[in-house]
Write a new protein. Structure first.
Length: 109
């Protein structure tokens, strides 16, 4: 399980210097962090929906990371941004979007 990115400065660093790819449901920024583990930050704006909807999307992304982290290379700070289209999607669609972006970033072992 990846550690969480919590500080705004950490997020800003990833946004400014990271490489990003996007698909229909998610945007993913990645930079090397020089650590032995991945740190993941999840951002779901109010455009996605009310707090119940936003928390559900956040939980789906976190669960995807938890269940698939052994397939990911380590040593990255990852920021995942949910797009409005992620609203109401199930685990499988979010997982597939997450893994698609991880593949584009070439962080899948």
């Amino acid at each position: 399980m990846s550690e969480s990115l919590k500080k705004n400065t950490d997020f800003q660093k990833v946004y400014k210097t990271g490489k990003s790819y996007a698909n229909k449901y998610l945007v993913m920024y990645i930079i090397n962090n020089g650590l032995e583990e991945n740190r993941i930050g999840i951002s779901v704006s109010k455009k996605v929906g009310n707090s119940v909807v936003r928390h559900r999307v956040t939980r789906l992304i976190r669960e995807t990371d938890r269940l698939n982290h052994q397939q990911l290379k380590t040593g990255f700070d990852i920021v995942v941004i949910a797009r409005a289209s992620a609203k109401g999607k199930g685990y499988e669609e979010i997982r597939s979007a997450f893994m698609h972006l991880a593949n584009l970033h070439k962080i899948i072992d």
